[in-house]
Write a protein that binds this ligand. Sequence first.
Ligand SMILES: [Zn+2]
Length: 77
Amino acid sequence: MPLYEYLCPTCDHKFEKLQSMSATGADCPNCEQPAKRAISVFAAVTKGGSSEMPGSMGGPLPPLGGGGCCGGGCACG
Ligand SMILES: [Zn+2]
């Protein structure tokens, strides 16, 4: 999951939040107003090279929090 950096336009509070790619925004933990996404850490890290995206290495990952080889979907565990 990417780590996003947010800047609150209301109180100028800066914070980071771990969110899914599909997340659209976050509320400021300081004043609880909607904050604006400033920059993603991944975007900064991968700047200048796009051959390998973080998260795509090593192939598909098992679902988080699951047990066994496939998160409990099969009877292997
Ligand atoms: Zn704020």
